[in-house]
Design a protein around this ligand. Structure first.
Ligand code: FES
Ligand code: MG
Length: 591
């Protein structure tokens, strides 16, 4: 190690030890040594390791990273690096209006500027809450300096009256019980708070656990990193090891583009099916792929991922929560089982420097009730269907959460299994839904398909998690918990609703959903992966010709900038202009 270090000239030395510009070198050194770093440290043969801090009082899902910081820094120091922590724009899923999704790209932009413009040789990306993980991976992808992700980990399991109370999932259940008059508001509040017993992110296989599993499946973490609950000793150990490892990655010049290859993305898509992962994973992985320059298409989620079985028995698709998942082995145990069945590209390189095959050596399920084998799965096909038709070019359906009751009610007409036709009721965003869902004039019954539009990236803005619309109270009281729902927004990864989501292009940019009217008949055909409005083509064309874009009013400058430059969910909801910047350096100086 000493030899490699002696010979290597680090990126940070262009700031702290630049013979071409001694004046600026002095200025850079002067202001960094004032916090106690010695000149020798800054100008020596040590890499500077940035630590992207996503935790704060405003971002409780990631706040554990504030307490992990001394372990991360200790690891970096022990391996010979100089740690420098810096803040990133907070993205708290349950704090930010109108939606945290709006800020994924803002946080990404901020990270790109820091990694590009400061003396940083490698970076530890602290991750946790839903959008923090893709934002950090996207930024590292664009700048392409050595980077490793460290999840803060899920909260401890929540419990309510002797039963597991999972993040988010308990909200959907409890709001139903409230609507049915089974519980009062005080109990509603107590149930929901019981699901959050400690620091950490959602303890279900919602978007946070999913995206951290994706980071691990992509190879961007150390093996076994993502599932460790936030308060556990192993989480602190992992913080230390991650800090140590990033220094090695800098010395080896192991970059995100070496790790996040097409094979790595295919591994991640398959792991997402096996864990029963969130429908938010496709747009996030798509965004990471575009920023690293890997060709990925939304249809890959069906072709690569649909046939993979569901192995993980965790809410919302199953029973358990994060603690059990960790004890059963977490992501490497799932991948170990998949590997035995030949479901992974084993040659992909991981942050450890090992291939997937080497990293997974000896890993398998430690509890077959929580992590099943491929031969005995929870369900045989756990991936997403990618639908198209005259209402959208693409939309996703998570088939692993279709309940037996839902399948029997809507998808099992004899001779037409998987095909369902019904009357559409259309809402213009969540406010309209809340105002009118219980209006008897809409005639909503168990044979209705609910649509919501105007909630995509441009429309909302940021794309809202509102497609899992609860049926009207009268339908709920008949014991029907889910109607088919469709929309150009997203839904929470903690929801067990089999909605049709992420419809692209969205209505406000003229996607087919814009032309649907309440009362139209719509056909879902899962066998053909299609959904169409059964409207006479001449009438449909007349609606298209008569359509004018709705007026859009932004509340902040960022909302306006975002709306001008954002693409569709099917393409990752990226700032389109940003995808042209790859392996950024474009030859840095201007010092
Ligand atoms: Fe932050 Fe679920 S709300 S992880
Ligand atoms: Mg969410």
């Amino acid at each position: 190690m000493g030899d490699t270090r002696a010979k290597k000239r680090f990126r940070s030395q262009e700031w702290f030890d630049n013979p071409n510009n001694p004046g600026m070198t002095a200025l850079y050194v002067e202001r960094y040594q004032n916090q106690g770093f010695t000149q020798g440290e800054l100008q020596g043969d040590r890499p500077v390791i940035g630590i992207a801090q996503t935790g704060s009082d405003l971002a409780p899902c990631n706040k554990i990273h504030i307490f992990l910081m001394d372990r991360i820094k200790a690891g970096i120091r022990d391996a010979g690096g100089i740690p420098m922590e810096f803040p990133v724009h907070p993205i708290q899923e349950t704090g930010k209006r109108p939606t945290a999704a709006l800020d994924r790209n803002l946080s990404y932009l901020g990270l790109v500027e820091v990694l590009h413009g400061y003396p940083i040789d490698g970076v530890v990306l602290t991750t946790g809450c839903d959008k923090t993980t893709p934002a950090m991976l996207m930024g590292a992808a664009t700048v392409d300096i050595p980077a490793i992700a460290l999840n803060g980990g899920p909260m401890l399991d929540g419990w309510w009256k002797g039963k597991r109370a999972g993040s988010g999932t308990i909200i959907w259940e409890s709001r139903r019980l409230l609507a049915e008059g089974e519980i009062d508001y005080d109990e509603f509040m107590s149930r929901v708070c019981a699901s959050a017993p400690s620091l950490g992110h959602c303890n279900t296989m919602g978007t946070a656990s999913t995206m951290n599993a994706m980071a691990e499946a992509l190879g961007m973490t150390l093996t076994g990193s993502s599932a460790i609950p936030a308060p556990f000793r192993e989480r602190m150990n992992m913080a230390y090891e991650t800090g140590k490892r990033i220094v090695g990655m800098v010395l080896e010049d192991l970059k995100p583009s070496d790790i996040m290859t097409r094979e790595a993305f295919e591994n991640a898509i398959r792991v997402n099916s096996a864990i029963g992962g969130s429908t938010n994973a496709p747009p996030h992985l798509q965004a990471v792929a575009r920023h690293i320059g890997v060709a990925l298409d939304v249809t890959d989620w069906q072709t690569v991922g649909y046939d993979v079985p569901l192995l993980v028995n965790m809410q919302p698709a199953g029973t358990y929560l994060g603690e059990s998942f960790f004890r059963a082995g977490g992501v490497p145990a799932v991948m170990g089982e998949m590997r035995k069945a030949g479901l992974l590209h084993e040659g992909a390189v991981t942050a450890s420097g090992k291939t997937v095959a080497e990293a997974l050596e000896g890993w398998e399920s430690r509890d077959p009730d929580v992590i099943r084998t491929v031969a005995d799965p929870m369900r045989p096909h756990a991936g997403f269907k990618v639908l198209s038709g005259n209402l959208f070019d693409s939309a996703l359906m998570k088939t692993s959460v279709i309940s037996e009751d839902f399948r029997a009610r809507y998808l099992s007409e004899p001779g037409r299994e998987g095909v369902y036709e019904a009357r559409a009721v259309v809402f213009e965003g969540p406010e309209d839904y809340h105002d009118r869902i219980n209006d008897p004039a809409l005639g909503i019954d168990d044979r209705t398909i609910l649509f919501i539009r105007g909630v995509g990236c441009v429309g909302y803005p940021g794309s809202a998690e509102v497609v899992n619309m609860q049926p009207p109270d009268a339908v709920l009281k008949q014991g029907i918990h889910h109607l088919p729902t469709v929309g150009d927004g997203r839904q929470s990864g903690t929801s067990e609703s089999p909605s049709i989501l992420n419809a692209s292009p969205e209505a406000v940019v003229g996607g087919g959903l814009a032309h649907l009217k309440t009362g139209d008949t719509v056909r879902l055909d899962l066998n053909a992966s299609r959904m169409d409005a059964l409207v006479d083509p001449a009438e449909w064309q007349a609606r298209i010709d008569a359509w004018t874009p709705p007026e859009i009013r932004s509340q902040t400058p960022w909302q306006e900038i975002y709306r001008r430059h954002v693409g569709q969910l099917a393409d990752g909801g990226c700032l389109e202009l940003a995808t042209a910047y790859q392996k950024v350096r474009r030859d840095l100086p201007r010092d």
